[in-house]
Design a protein around this ligand. Sequence first.
Ligand SMILES: Nc1ncnc2c1ncn2[C@@H]1O[C@H](COP(=O)(O)OP(=O)(O)OP(=O)(O)O)[C@@H](O)[C@H]1O
Ligand SMILES: [Mg+2]
Length: 301
Amino acid sequence: MSPTTAIPSYREQSPEVAARFERLRQREVTLEVRRLGKVFDSSRGRVTALEDVSFSVHHREFTCVIGPSGCGKSTLVRILAGLETKTSGEVLVNGESVSGPGPDRGMVFQGYTLFPWLSVKQNVMFGLRMSRHSEFAAEREAREWIALVGLSKFENAYPHQLSGGMKQRVAIARALANQPRVLFMDEPFGALDAQTRGQMQSYLLDIWKNVDITIVFITHDLDEAVFLSDRILVLDANPGRFREMVEVPVPRPRSMEQMFDPTFLAARKHIESLIHPPAKDGGESREAPVMRLAKPDPDVV
Ligand SMILES: Nc1ncnc2c1ncn2[C@@H]1O[C@H](COP(=O)(O)OP(=O)(O)OP(=O)(O)O)[C@@H](O)[C@H]1O
Ligand SMILES: [Mg+2]
C-alpha cells in the first residue's frame, strides 16, 4: 500500500493529533483502491488518465483529492462511484469489488443536478421511491434528510427558487437519503461564491459529524482541502499518479479561525509544494512569452 506522509515534525508537536491518526488507522477500511489505471481511447488518440493509483480510506475518514487540472480527479471518483469503467486495477468498498453504480456509493457533482420539475422533497424522495420504500416512508425519510441540511422551510420549493448553496444542500440530502457507505463529491462547491463556499464547508463538516458516512471530496482549493480533510491524496498529472497521501494535523473540530494557525499554514504550504514544486533552476529556463499585447508600462503593474 502506498505510504502516508505527514507534515514535518507535527507528530512531536501534537501528540493528540498523532493519537487520533493512530485510531483512524485502526478503523476498518471502507474504500480500497489497488493499482487503478484508466486509458481513454479518443479521437485525440490514447490518453492515460490514471496510472497505478493505490490508496485506502478508513471508515468515517474525510479524504480530499487534489492535483493539477487534468490529473484525473474526476475520472478517479467516477470510477469509484461506478460511473466509468476502469482499464486495470481494483476498487473495493467494504471488501466488495466495485463494477458499476450501487447504493453503497453516493455522488454529488459541481453542476446542479436536481430534477428541475420536482420539488425539494420530491428530489430527495426520488431514490427512496426507487428503493421500494412506500410513499409514506419515503416522504417521512426525505423530510428528515431535508431537516438535516437545514431546508425544512423549502421542502415544497423548486430548484429554480433556490440559491446555489441551497441546491447543493438538497443534492447532499438526496445522495445521503440512499444511505451510502461512501459519498463522493466532485468539486461540489466550485461554482459558489467564497462566502457561501465557506458556509457550505462548515455545513458539510456538521453533516459528516452526524451521519455515518465516509467522504471522498475532490477540490482544486488548498484551503478547502486542509479545512475539511483528515488526509489529502495528492495526484501528479500526465498521467494521473499517486503522489502522496498527506495527514492534515489541524485539530478537530475545525473552525474558520484555524486558517491562520501555523499548523494550518504549514499543511497548506506542504500541499502547495507538492502541486507546484519550486523550479530547480530558479525558473530561469522558462521561455519568454511569445505574445505581448501591450508595451510594458511602469504605471500598469
Ligand atoms: N471521456 C473522455 N474521453 C477522453 N479523454 C478523457 C475523457 N474524460 C477525461 N479524459 C481525459 O483524462 C484526463 C483526466 O481528466 P479528468 O477530467 O479526470 O481530470 P481532472 O483532474 O478532473 O481535471 P479538472 O481539475 O480540470 O476537473 C484528461 O487528460 C482528460 O482530457
Ligand atoms: Mg474534474
